[in-house]
Ligand binder design. Structure first.
Ligand SMILES: [Zn+2]
Ligand SMILES: [Zn+2]
Length: 850
């Protein structure tokens, strides 16, 4: 009998050694073209090279790595690449501070993060690494941009856009957050500016983006995207302006409504102050008031204008429109609660059934007419009546020949009538707007367009494909604190017009970094491809991505833009699929110990390097996986990391020295009471297979924490049997082998080291544990391994409980006493004793408390 430590667990020696060995063997280099195994494309969100990996990176990457290792052991040809989302503002801000070119800062950070990634022991295929700031990447992004232009999916237009005054850049609608309308990056409140901008036509796919058929996405992502796209069905209705003393009338004003059944209740009309007809329709005596109102409205934020509890303002134009259903003349107003960018920029106001219209009508004394009423009521209230959306229990009133019809039917009938008379039609609208992709920044992929300065008939000319990439200048020494340095960089700016050969000026806007991240997984497959962005044969084999992992924070940004790209590139014939990923998993967020988001400024950031040097990567990996369900995250607490480390040490001890015993353990070397060597060995055999079944099932649902619990229980039994006659028997050996194989995906270094020792002891040739097949559990062993026990309370049969065979008397008693039924029956009683007939019966004997 030996005592500890004989050969102790030393992760700082083991881990770098195996990482290097795996690299040398090319264990994780994927053959993308000719491998007989089924392909499995595993993708995790590539990081922004901010400088350091934080614990959040570990929390997403290390479990994803466990998926990769597990899939390999299950016979898949796994592709698990990594790259860097290398353009973007933080690099420019760092450049302004440090005087370094953003490129220099970015690539220095990438070097550091690469080193940190290696310490995780992640199985990335580093041969396929990509960096979006490399010309070899953005060249093909520019190519895609030109293809989008050809297809009408990219266009330029003047539009009121959201502008972040701090970052000096426009934002996509998706990048303006919350009711306060703040910049997604810096939290500054955005303002509106009119600018010429580039857009991608995401709205072309609005309907298709609403379908998640065949996709396994978390429910909240689907809900957020669906709400963002905001499809509503209704009717577009044409109102015609009535002739009056000032103008001949006849102009058409289109409105969209989801409630055509309320058309008889439209008692006035409201246009956005910016509506193009306002000037034409304003009566001369109303001009100055209208002008003044428009001026004030322009300076208000959208959120102010839309807020429901704000007092309503507006002015009449002095013109009237004709309600197409009944010929009634209704006044036309302008009011800032109607926005030009939403719908048609005009509404029919139905004050009896719309809260804001009601407030407006009350304030200005406009008529209110109820036209929908609960069945059996007369609808003569003349005030605001909330209706149930499209309820058949409500009927139309005050609606001429449509009176008495259930509301949904009335809506259809009125729409049909309008369509027959060419006064309207059923229509669908979306909240989704086209994606604004141009940015006024110097560290991004240049938009490949030239403005001819020689010949006005050339105008805007696209850069010919063979001239791509349009390279970013690398010689900007002092990055300006304000504005875009490309606008003053003569060598970049001055070029020749590709059409006429005269002088031309390059577009200085660059692309939103969300464009870079909308297609990178295709390029991982196609690195070095010189005649297109995507290798079509590899796309066919590997895509769509089988599993994507990463944060949920970009639900309507990256996670929606990428879906748009898949559809657009499919329409261009570049890829064969219309969805980028089959399965999406969003991990939870690791917060600081204070429950707040980790940030340097709060000082609550946990440095993974420090933990790794203290405990080793395997401990940190397991600790993160053991925290709780993967999609939940939670506040950081290092409590328990010692326990995980101790667990791995115990694994080490039982695997390296079956006959040793823990010091100070009184039971050491003795079989549990009542056990023979063969019954204890049999119980160990059963537990190992039960654990294998549990771990295999937990892999399907990424339930790392319960998987690790099962491995701890198995290790506990091994520890208990260490030094007894069971140690070294066939069942012992099998259990140790299974334990190591089960640990391999989650704790790759210690399992590899112990596996190699085991092979050496057996005199077998070395082969990596990570190339072994995932073991199969024996169902018959597991089936035999449970017994059903009748449970009596005071001699009466009360419950049946299934327990694993081979449990001790005490373990069985604990399970029985925890049963709800038993607890209810013995509540308030004193337990006299618990009688057990092994494998046959449990009887709980109680008496009333004295
Ligand atoms: Zn900002
Ligand atoms: Zn020209």
């Amino acid at each position: 009998m030996t005592t500890e430590p004989r050969d102790s667990y030393n992760p700082t020696e083991i881990e770098p050694r195996w990482q290097q060995r795996w690299d040398e063997l090319g264990l994780h280099r994927t053959n993308l073209d000719s491998d007989p195994r089924p392909p499995f494309y595993l993708l995790t969100m590539y990081p922004y090279p901010s400088g350091d990996l934080h614990i959040g990176h570990w929390y997403i990457v290390t479990p994803t790595d466990a998926i990769s290792r597990y899939r390999r052991m299950n016979g898949f040809n796994v592709f698990f690449p990594i790259g860097f989302d290398a353009f973007g503002l933080p690099a420019e801000n760092a450049a302004i501070k440090s005087g370094m070119h953003p490129r220099e800062w970015t690539y220095k950070n990438i070097d550091n993060m690469r080193r940190q990634f290696r310490t995780m022991g992640a199985t990335f295929d580093w041969d396929k690494e990509l960096i979006t700031a490399d010309p070899s990447y953005y060249r093909w992004e520019q190519w895609i941009f030109l293809k989008f232009m050809e297809k009408g999916l990219a266009y330029r237009k003047m539009a009121p856009v959201d502008w972040c005054p701090k970052d000096q850049v426009v934002l996509a609608r998706e990048q303006v957050l919350g009711p306060d309308r703040v910049c997604w990056r810096c939290g500054t409140q955005v303002i509106k500016r009119d600018l010429e901008q580039w857009f991608f036509r995401t709205t072309a796919y609005a309907d298709e983006l609403l379908s998640y058929d065949g996709l396994e996405y978390p429910e909240p992502i689907k809900v957020m995207q669906t709400n963002w796209i905001g499809r509503s069905e209704g009717a577009e209705i044409k109102f015609v302006v009535a002739a009056d003393e000032h103008q001949p009338g006849g102009q058409e004003i289109r409105v969209f409504t989801t409630r055509p059944d309320t058309l008889f209740g439209a008692t006035f009309m409201v246009l956005a102050p910016e509506h193009p007809l306002v000037d034409e329709l304003t009566a001369p005596d109303r001009k100055s008031e209208v002008e003044e109102y428009r001026f004030t409205a322009r300076r208000k934020s959208e959120i102010d204008r839309l807020s429901a509890d704000r007092e309503k303002t507006g002015v009449p134009l002095g013109a009237q429109a004709i309600n197409p259903i009944n010929g009634e003349r209704i006044p036309i107003w302008i009011a800032d609660y109607v926005l030009l960018g939403y719908g048609t920029g005009a509404i029919m106001a139905v004050p009896a059934h719309d809260e804001r219209d009601f407030a407006f009508a009350q304030k200005f004394g406009l008529p209110i007419r109820q036209v929908v009423a609960a069945r059996g009521t007369d609808g003569a209230q003349g005030m605001y009546v909330a209706y149930v959306a499209h309820s058949p229990d409500e009927v139309l009133v005050n609606s001429g020949e449509f009176d008495g019809r259930p509301a949904p039917e009335g809506a259809r009938a009125i729409t049909t009538r309008l369509a027959q008379e060419d006064k309207g039609e059923s229509a669908v609208t979306y909240r989704l707007r086209d994606w604004l992709v141009s940015r006024q920044r110097g560290w991004g992929a240049p938009i490949p367009v030239v403005y001819c300065e020689a010949d006005p008939s050339c105008g805007m000319v696209t850069v010919p494909y063979e001239q791509l990439p349009v390279l970013l200048p690398t010689d900007i020494d002092n990055w300006p604190a304000q504005g875009n340095p490309l606008e003053t960089h003569e060598a970049f700016l001055r070029t020749t017009c590709p059409r006429c050969g005269g002088p031309g000026r390059r577009e200085t806007d660059t692309m939103d970094t969300f464009v870079d991240s909308s297609w990178y997984w295709w390029r991982y497959l196609s690195l070095g491809k010189e005649d297109g962005p995507v290798d079509p044969r590899r796309d066919e084999v590997w895509c769509p991505v089988e599993q994507y992992t990463g944060g949920a924070e970009h639900a309507v940004l990256h996670l929606m833009y990428a879906r748009f790209f898949a559809k657009a590139l499919n329409d261009l014939g570049v890829v064969h699929e219309r969805e980028p990923w089959k399965r999406l998993f969003n991990q939870g967020q690791i917060l600081g110990a204070d429950g707040e988001r980790m940030s340097k400024s709060r000082g609550n950031v946990q440095d993974p390097d420090e933990l790794v040097s203290r405990y080793g990567a395997d401990t940190v990996r397991l600790f993160l996986m053991f925290m709780g369900p993967w999609d939940q995250g939670g506040p950081w607490s290092p409590t328990g990391i010692e326990g995980i480390h101790r667990f791995l040490r115990r694994v080490w001890n039982v695997a390296t020295d079956p006959h040793g015993v823990e010091q100070g353990d009184a039971d050491a070397g003795r079989l549990p009471a009542g056990e023979t060597a063969s019954s204890a060995a049999e119980a160990l055999h059963r537990q190992a297979h039960r654990a294998l079944k549990k771990v295999t099932e937990d892999h399907a649902g990424y339930r790392w924490n319960t998987m690790i619990s099962a491995l701890m229980e198995l290790t506990n039994r091994l520890i208990r049997l260490r030094g007894t006659e069971v140690a070294g028997r066939r069942e012992w050996d099998e259990a140790i082998g299974l334990l190591l194989l089960m640990l391999a995906p989650i704790a790759p270094h210690i399992s590899e080291e112990l596996w190699s020792k085991r092979l050496a002891t057996a005199g077998a040739e070395w082969s990596s544990i990570h190339t072994q097949a995932w073991p199969a559990f024996d169902e018959t062993v597991i089936a035999e391994s449970e017994v059903e026990l009748p449970v009596q309370v005071n001699g009466k049969l009360r419950d049946l409980v299934r327990v694993p065979a081979g449990l001790s008397v005490i373990e069985i008693e604990q399970i029985v006493m925890a049963r709800d039924k038993v607890r209810a029956l013995v509540d308030g009683q004193e337990i006299v004793r618990v009688i057990q007939i092994p494998n046959r019966l449990v009887n709980v004997v109680t008496r009333p408390r004295a």
